[in-house]
Ligand binder design. Structure first.
Ligand SMILES: N[C@@H](CCC[C@H](N)C(=O)O)C(=O)O
Length: 276
């Protein structure tokens, strides 16, 4: 049987997208790892799956798998590609699309200029909800990593993020500390490790070592978490431009309890089919 898929990306964070509304497939971690391989497979950071919703008030169910085959709760760049995909494939004609994810409901708004805004819902800071091991909620925490103590913020955007402020992102050892933070024992489900360099009150640079993938060219939920952490710590003011290696995302957040709005592009690369 041949399975149709679309290769897409959001600022270089790349995806294989499969429509399981009109097709059928049994996925498993081994198959996903095989497909994600950049030399012997299709190559992607995440596999995105479009399914019918369980909740009748929603338009679709959105499932996300990291390149290592693990299923995760949320993916921001993927959400924008999801919106572009369901419109291009005529699975919906709506430009305001409600989607259920394992990380909670999100809303996708397709703008007239083709940019897509995602209402990611409110960030969560309660340690148990991230999950993160801490005595009580705080704006920043001391985290022992290798031979140093980092000051970090812990945020859930549906998925877990740890954000560290750094002076110079060009020389910071993202690929040495990223894997140690990703599997740190205080984050029992693992974590996405973001490293942010402030530019001014409305902009920052960010690199993210993603859980289950490694460093990616962009991370949408990572950009939301970094902007929120920076606003909460008093360094940034909404709206915030987050510059990632693959490009820039616009993030707006009005404060605790309010949803995070993320705006950026979604790009189709090619159509393919693979034998199952
Ligand atoms: N690239 C994503 C995040 C994908 C999931 C993440 N690696 C995790 O394990 O939580 C984004 O754009 O948000």
């Amino acid at each position: 049987m041949l399975l149709r898929f679309t290769k897409m990306h959001g600022l270089g964070n790349d995806f294989m997208v499969i429509d399981l509304v009109t097709q059928h497939a049994q996925l498993n971690p081994r198959l996903i790892r095989q497909w994600s391989d950049r030399y012997t497979g299709i190559g992607f950071d995440q596999l995105l799956v479009v399914e019918p919703p369980g909740d009748p008030d929603m338009d679709f169910r959105y499932r996300i798998y990291n390149a290592d085959g693990s299923e995760v709760e949320q993916c921001g760049n993927g959400a924008r590609c999801f919106a572009r995909f369901v419109l291009d494939k005529r699975l919906t004609a709506k430009t305001d699309i409600r989607v259920e994810t394992a990380g909670g409901p999100i809303a996708l708004i397709v703008q007239d200029d083709g940019q897509i805004t995602v209402n990611m819902g409110p960030p969560r800071f309660v340690p148990a909800e991230i999950p993160f091991q801490a005595q009580s909620e705080a704006i920043s925490y001391e985290l022992a990593v290798a031979d140093q103590i980092l000051q970090v913020a812990a945020v859930s955007m549906g998925n877990p993020h740890c954000v560290t402020l750094v002076d110079d992102l060009n020389v910071y050892p993202v690929n040495r500390l990223g894997p140690l933070i990703e599997r740190h024992s205080r984050f029992p489900n693992g974590v996405n490790a973001g490293f942010m360099q402030l530019i001014d009150r409305h902009s920052a640079r960010l690199r993210v070592f993603e859980r289950g993938v490694g460093e990616t060219r962009a991370c949408g939920t990572g950009a939301c978490a970094a902007a929120v952490a920076g606003i909460r710590q008093g360094h940034l003011t909404s709206p915030v431009s987050i510059e990632l290696p693959g490009g820039t995302l616009q993030i707006e957040w009005a404060g605790p309890g309010e949803p995070v709005m993320m705006t950026g592009p979604a790009t189709r690369v090619f159509e393919g089919q693979i034998r199952l």
